[in-house]
Ligand binder design. Sequence first.
Ligand code: ASP
Length: 306
Amino acid sequence: MVAIIVHGGAGTIKKKERIPKVLNGVREAVLAGWKELKRGSALDAVEEAVKSLEDNPLFNAGTGSVLTLDGRVEMDAAIMRGKTLDAGAVAGIWGVKNPISVARKVMEKTDHVLLSGEGAVKFARLLGFEEYNPVTDERLKQWGELRKKLIEKGETRHWKKLNELITEYPEVLRSTVGAVAFDGEEVVAGTSTGGVFLKMFGRVGDTPIIGGGTYANEVAGASCTGLGEVAIKLALAKSATDFVRLGMNAQAASEAAISLATKYFGRDTMGIIMVDSHGNVGFAKNTKHMSHAFMKNGMNEPEVGV
Ligand code: ASP
């Protein structure tokens, strides 16, 4: 039994015309991963699926990443292998096209788990990742508009108000990407993001935190999306795999993980995708939308939804 599921972020998609494009993006990504999965590697499948989403400017990862309060792109990504617990991550990286591939290199080429900021950029260059500008015109425009709204409200220093902002401006939670796959032997999970729109300089979310936004072990894997601070405080990706260890399948565990997030932090905070080592997929959210797509043995076409 093999399976792969991807997500394109939890939040609210305000413009309805965006939905078919987003669904097409997650569909393409799951098919890119599926191709690799059929060759036998969940690790390659997750990397390829996430790269496909990073390269699609609709999503908030790689090209199209959102900007920080001070107008920079600082991207986070992580990948983890369930069989060996090998993990690699980058936090606050810039100037590269595919942070998920840099994260994989951290896992494979170093003794470390997480490289951040300038060190992560330096490492990427040493490994031959070329200089790349992931900022798109659309994101720059959105950044300008959102920042203007905040300034008009006298809220440039909203450092304690991110939750309120999300209710008022749901676009601050936006289209992070992730993938989880099982190749019959191993579960692998990966996540990549530009983070939360208008995040503080230097802020690191849940995505590159092993156990927070990304986790895999021998029973299951999980990739989270939503308000990163929530997933970090609940160690949500790891907690979700614990639910599988205690007997739930990937779907029940996803729902249990999201119930936890809702119980502690309210609605409109989190989404999750999972695969367990029986090849079951799971997904749940307490936001209005979370685009996703999955493929399993016996399916000819991906199932997609938002
Ligand atoms: N979880 C991401 C972060 O907090 C954002 C998102 O999923 O949209 O950085």
